[in-house]
Design a protein around this ligand. Structure first.
Ligand code: ATP
Ligand code: MG
Length: 390
């Protein structure tokens, strides 16, 4: 564990004040309130914004480099269209066409070169040791030699994924990084959609599937077709972007993906926030209306939704009744066991209660199953089965 990057808070605050144009007193206040937090342990020590503040997104990470402070801005929130047609027309008013990309379902990662070392940050602005080991396996190192001032933003997708359990991508065997944005360090300004594709194709970096550009008046119709096709393959949905990247992007998901999320999460019904469930049910309501479904189609949607909610819960309750412990299983695959140990510590820091199974050696790599304990669902289900009232 390297401590070489350790920077005293005072020195860090002084340098950050210059870089971020925020007074020293205000930054110190943020540190005291833990809105700004120090992350030590893995190379390099850094600071992160736990919440969005002073124009900086949550997950913004600050690094001390030879030139002062370098900032990797947090990835911006993407709002959701609930009604595709009017949502696109309103949000993209004045833009002639929109670019449509697949929304892949994994976890958000920003990759940057800091003092010549490539690191991977997860959404909250922590350096993830597992992601850092795996993220550029398919290429991209040359990109950072030529463009140390840019940040690759993308989704880590695949079965060897410690954060997102389902795998629905037949094209990924283990875990792979798919780029969706390229942004500048410090400002967070994005490249245009075309610039991004040019750079990615030049450096042979994979991007999320791209459906192309659609004129504003035809976009909703075309996207509805794309969404239906994606849904058939269990894929999540789309992100709709201003090709110039001046306006923020919006997202829209398939009914199948809403249902799959519900199916999964209701198995751990007391561990997921209630809003997770509610928002997905509401999406189904608006989609059914926008797509003007006949009685039969609506009935089918109702059955699917009901099943997605009840079946996993019934299964969880029965398992608990038989004394089984409810756990979520994910897995990682690493070349070095050191990465696995570091990752174990990383999860502990995140407050995730997980148990790592014995590593299995498969084709020269270690496959490790990780069991996360869903204590809240376990406890609540047992209590109710023992006669407790809600
Ligand atoms: P938020 O809405 O705050 O970004 P969330 O967890 O609710 O967070 P999602 O519903 O998964 O996020 O949607 C946004 C996320 O989708 C992005 O943060 C990114 O990780 C992911 N994503 C997948 N494909 C794309 C894409 N083509 N363009 C942009 N983001 C994408
Ligand atoms: Mg997601």
């Amino acid at each position: 564990m390297s401590r070489s990057q350790e920077v005293p808070d005072k020195e860090f605050v002084r340098l950050s004040s210059i870089a971020l144009k925020i007074p020293v007193s205000r930054l110190s206040g943020m540190l005291n309130r833990r809105v700004l937090q120090k992350v030590s342990g893995f190379f390099p020590d850094h600071y992160r914004f736990d919440k969005g503040i002073a124009g900086f997104e949550a997950g913004t990470a600050l690094f001390k480099t030879d030139d002062g402070i370098e900032t990797v801005r947090g990835f911006p929130k993407i709002h959701r269209a609930m009604m595709l047609g009017v949502g696109i027309a309103t949000h993209f008013e004045g833009v002639p066409e929109v670019a449509v990309e697949e929304k892949m379902n994994g976890y958000n990662v920003r990759v940057a070169s800091i003092n010549g070392k490539v690191i991977a940050l997860t959404r909250g602005g922590l350096v993830c040791p597992y992601t850092t080991e795996r993220v550029l396996e398919d290429g991209g190192r040359e990109f950072f030699i030529d463009h140390p001032d840019l940040v690759l933003c993308g989704e880590m997708v695949g079965p060897d994924n410690p954060y997102v359990p389902k795998n629905i991508y037949p094209e990924v065997d283990s875990i792979s990084f798919f780029i969706f944005d390229i942004r500048h360090k410090n400002s967070g300004e994005p490249l245009t959609v075309d610039e991004k594709h040019e750079l990615c194709s030049h450096y042979n970096i994979k991007t999320v599937p791209y459906f192309g550009k659609f004129s504003i008046d035809k976009a909703a119709h075309s996207i509805a077709g794309i969404i239906r096709e994606l849904g058939k393959k269990d894929r999540e949905g789309v992100v709709i972007k201003d090709p110039e990247m001046k306006l923020s992007a919006i997202k829209y998901t398939s009914s199948k993906s809403n249902n799959n999320d519900l199916k999964y999460a209701f198995g751990f019904y007391n561990d997921y926030g209630q809003d997770f469930f509610f928002s997905r049910v509401v999406r189904e309501g608006f989609q059914a209306v926008e797509w003007d479904e006949d009685e039969e189609t609506l009935h089918e949607r109702c059955c699917l939704l009901g099943e997605s909610i009840l079946k996993p819960m019934v299964s969880t309750i029965k398992k608990r009744q038989q004394g089984e412990r409810i756990t979520e299983e994910v897995q990682i695959r690493v070349r070095s066991l050191d990465t696995a140990y570091k990752f174990e510590e990383h999860l502990r820091r995140l407050g995730i209660d997980a148990q790592f199974d014995e590593p299995q050696l498969v084709d020269g790599q270690y496959l490790i199953v990780i069991r996360k304990f869903n204590q809240s669902t376990n406890d609540r289900t047992s209590a109710i089965l023992n006669g407790h009232l809600w």
